[in-house]
Write a protein that binds this ligand. Structure first.
Ligand SMILES: *Cc1c(COP(=O)(O)O)cnc(C)c1O
Length: 316
């Protein structure tokens, strides 16, 4: 087994697992709302910490947060009730009335709906840019641009974005780069090394992996933690410990599943390309797909998600 591959597998086996007094391998499912404190002093000391009230988390949700932080090399992980809630929380954390937002044109549709309705109502202006724009994004930056939102591969058309080029421009202008990393998965790319400031996932998809839980995860480094934690807390997002347990269980097999996804997808991609109806394959891990060169540069070739699209020939 290659070294890199073993590394991820080892992480997935150990992450979020701490010794507990009962000796079980996995964290306990702790359901909690009100927490009991032995003294008023202990209660006061808990304010602002994670263990003060069930909405702020339990040892089960903390285990999942810790596991995802390790996997993505992040300082903090904030869990929300859905992937869409992770998107909206991250946007609201960095945008105020009068601000401007740049969003990739192939963004997940409900993200677009949120910008076109909710953010518009708040007086926040959105400009959609060509996902393949790269460093030319600089021309679209205004004095009030606060966030550049990227999604790579993009939803349904699978464009791969030049994240280092975009992040470079963004950081020169003090702009926060938020990425929807759902289709990259935590193993597909090193979000923070590419220059992303806030990496979020619809954990519903590859992290949970078994179509039985809706969940979102927002990962960040310390410098972006405060506005994200505050917004998340103010809005009142939380997740159930049962769901956290299922997500942790799903996470354990993420690497194994992605390897099979990659192998099966290659077979399907080859078959699709042999069909006369198919003009273009939209699958960045395949050499004929646009975006393949960037994918090879920025993604871990051991893991590829199984999603792809096709453009049918107009001749038939
Ligand atoms: C599914 C999805 C979401 C939203 O996740 P939900 O858990 O369904 O709210 C966000 N982004 C992308 C790219 C998705 O595919």
């Amino acid at each position: 087994m290659q070294k890199k591959l073993r590394h991820a597998h080892t992480h997935l086996t150990h992450a979020g697992r701490q010794e507990n007094e009962y000796g079980s391998v996995n964290p306990r499912v702790v359901r909690a709302s009100t927490m009991v404190f032995p003294t008023t002093q202990a209660l006061t000391a808990s304010y602002g910490t994670r263990l003060s009230y069930g909405r702020h988390g339990t040892e089960t949700t903390f285990a999942l947060e810790d596991a995802l932080c390790k996997l993505e090399k992040a300082d903090d992980c904030i869990l929300s009730s859905s992937g869409l809630a992770a998107v909206t929380t991250a946007l609201l954390a960095f945008l105020n009335t009068g601000d401007h937002l740049l969003i990739s044109d192939s963004v997940y549709d409900p993200t677009r709906d949120f910008c076109d309705s909710f953010l518009k109502r708040m007086g926040i202006q959105t400009t959609y840019y060509d996902p393949e724009i790269g460093e030319n994004i600089e021309a679209l930056i205004q004095s009030n641009t606060k966030v550049i939102f990227v999604e790579s591969p993009g939803s349904l058309t699978f464009e791969v974005q030049d994240i280092p080029a975009i992040a470079n421009v963004a950081h020169r202008h003090n702009i926060v780069v938020i990425a929807d990393s759902t289709w990259a998965t935590p193993l597909g790319w090193n979000a923070f090394e590419l220059g992303i400031d806030v990496s979020l996932h619809a954990a519903t998809k590859y992290i949970v992996g078994h179509a039985d839980v809706l969940m979102g995860a927002i990962l960040c480094r310390t410098q972006h933690q405060a506005p994200l934690r505050k917004t998340h807390r103010d809005i009142g997002h939380c997740i159930s410990s049962d769901d956290a347990y299922l997500a942790l269980r799903g996470l354990r097999t993420l690497a194994a599943r992605l390897v099979v996804h990659r192998e099966n997808s290659q077979v399907i991609a080859r078959w699709l390309l042999e069909q006369p109806e198919v003009e273009h394959l939209l699958y960045p891990p395949h050499p004929t797909s646009s975006g393949h060169a960037l994918w090879k540069r920025d993604f871990n070739a051991n893991y590829a998600c199984g999603l792809m699209g096709v453009i049918f020939s107009s001749q038939l």
